[in-house]
Design a protein around this ligand. Sequence first.
Ligand SMILES: *[C@@H]1O[C@H](CO)[C@@H](O)[C@H](O)[C@H]1NC(C)=O
Ligand SMILES: *[C@@H]1O[C@H](CO)[C@@H](O)[C@H](O)[C@H]1NC(C)=O
Ligand SMILES: *[C@@H]1O[C@H](CO)[C@@H](O)[C@H](O)[C@H]1NC(C)=O
Ligand SMILES: *[C@@H]1O[C@H](CO)[C@@H](O)[C@H](O)[C@H]1NC(C)=O
Length: 391
Amino acid sequence: MAIPFKISAPHTTLTITTTTTILLLCLVCAADQSTIHRPIRPFRSVYAFGDSYTDTGNTRSDSGPSGFMFVSNLPYGRTFFRRPTNRYSDGRLVIDFVAQTLSLRFLPPYLDPKADKSSGVNFAVAGSTAIVHSFFSKNNMSLNITPQSIRTELDWFDKLLLEGKGCRDSVTTPEECARVFNDALIWAGEIGANDYAYSFGSSVPTKTIQELAINSVTSFLEALLKKGAKYVVVQGLPPTGCLTLSMYLAPSDDRDSFGCVGSVNNQSYAHNVALKAKLRLFRKQFPKSTIVYADYYNAYLDVIRNAEKYGIKNLYGVCCGYGNGTYNFDYFHACGSPSSTSCGNPNEYVNWDGVHLTEAMYKAVADLFLNGTTYMQPPFSYLLSKKLKSG
Ligand SMILES: *[C@@H]1O[C@H](CO)[C@@H](O)[C@H](O)[C@H]1NC(C)=O
Ligand SMILES: *[C@@H]1O[C@H](CO)[C@@H](O)[C@H](O)[C@H]1NC(C)=O
Ligand SMILES: *[C@@H]1O[C@H](CO)[C@@H](O)[C@H](O)[C@H]1NC(C)=O
Ligand SMILES: *[C@@H]1O[C@H](CO)[C@@H](O)[C@H](O)[C@H]1NC(C)=O
């Protein structure tokens, strides 16, 4: 069978200049040799958006997506925090590694009123969609789904910017907005996977979902760029056909060369192609902003291809599940429920609970994003050098 999608990483036309490399190296030596233990902080804050792959606690067991209703219970959080933190993993997510790499605190969830939000906020909500919720209700797809969309997250951000910082937009309040965005990294985590999942089996064609989802993400990004967002990372969709739930649900002959669900991977792949095209337009329209595409799809497949290197042994089954079957997954005995159990070593697994990934997998992907030069286009080091040059 032919490989239905292109797996090689697209070439980036940007290269890191020698100056950049030296700047970065010197940052590292300064950090190492410094006797005062002052961490290097390229950004004062990070604002993150997205769904359960990025949510650091806006959701709880009783508000999360149906099917994964035990996020406030152990063994969620068992590896790193050693307690549940309402993150859908056994430990840290990609956004947590981003915060650590930038020497910032873990991002507090927006909905926690007591949290210290001085170095950023996380607006991501598990189960949220790119398309507004009313679309799903109108089309009878609202069965227990999260009411928030990326638009809700943008509204929350607008409120925070206006109330706390006097920033409305770059035309009416240019100084206030510059004060926020000159030192802020915007991290747009993956969003849209839920849109395809919720509409699965409905009468709405996938192509329509894609158009609407891309339009929503585009309006969201445009709104941020118009406010003056200067440093923006946009994650694409992961290969959702490789998630345990997809493999558990799809007929066993719907598989691609990775052994993942071909039709589902195709959807995510096509979504990413459309997203990247929009980002190219934004780079022309907003030349003062640095817009980076984080290629989750190919980074994920890179880890699968080189699993041994990462100490990963189980690519498709879940660590936390039930039944000991092919995938150790059972929709009616989800991770965290009294009947579920979790494996001895989550670090040997890609998948944690059927849809969400283990800390080990998030770390591997974060490493490829932040330390590598292939899966961020342009590379993260390029974004950092832009920031350092502009002070
Ligand atoms: C949604 O369900 C209602 C009641 O079953 C039905 O009347 C309506 O036509 C459905 N709408 C769509 C868009 O399928
Ligand atoms: C995936 O998409 C390609 C074209 O982009 C198509 O040829 C192939 O049949 C699709 N595979 C599946 C399993 O849908
Ligand atoms: C799965 O295997 C474990 C360990 O062998 C065992 O304790 C457990 O009862 C099994 N669970 C089911 C549902 O068969
Ligand atoms: C990036 O590389 C540094 C140095 O090797 C390492 O300490 C850090 O953990 C890596 N970051 C991630 C997210 O893996």
